[in-house]
Write a protein that binds this ligand. Structure first.
Ligand code: MG
Length: 163
């Protein structure tokens, strides 16, 4: 009996955004109560941006900066979940399904643990899979570097797609 393994592709994405007073703090599509929010042309959702770049890498496309340039006013304060929908529709159009996504957020602040389940739900609903296929981890940097000084956050994501 022949066992047919479909085509699989891996993708990786990294994103960094700085904190800024007076901005919202949106991560993984969830607004998190925070003294300062994240600065960026869109809503600066670094976690969702990392997932988007990972998906784009897996399907052999360029990056979100190419797809959604910050010179384009229509992406000003854009909801990154909607941008992820656009990215995922490119993947779906080519027949890709998500095997899993694994995301790590490096942040000294804010504490995101209470919001992780909601982030999993938001991201998985866009990616057309059950929430357990989108795992999100958060860690501090033990106060080291720009993250430890609470200047910004970094998100790193890998995705595995199959068709
Ligand atoms: Mg970004």
């Amino acid at each position: 009996m022949e066992i047919r393994i479909g085509e699989i592709r891996i993708g990786q994405g990294i994103d960094i955004h700085a904190f800024e007073t007076g901005r919202r703090c949106v991560l993984g599509g969830v607004e998190i109560p925070s003294e300062r929010g994240l600065l960026g042309h869109s809503d600066a959702d670094a976690l969702t941006h990392a997932v988007m770049d990972a998906v784009l890498g897996a399907i052999g496309q360029r990056d979100i900066g190419t797809l959604f340039p910050d010179t384009d006013a229509s992406f000003k304060d854009a909801d990154s979940i909607m941008l992820l929908q656009k990215v995922w529709s490119l993947a779906e159009r080519e027949g890709w399904k998500l095997v899993n996504a694994d995301v790590t957020l490096l942040a000294q602040v804010p504490k995101v643990k209470p919001y992780v389940t909601e982030m999993q739900q938001r991201l998985s609903s866009v990616l057309g899979c059950e929430p357990s296929r989108v795992t999100i981890k958060a860690t501090t940097t033990e106060r080291l570097g720009f993250i430890g000084r609470e200047e910004g956050v970094l998100a790193s994501a890998v995705v595995l797609l199959q068709r």
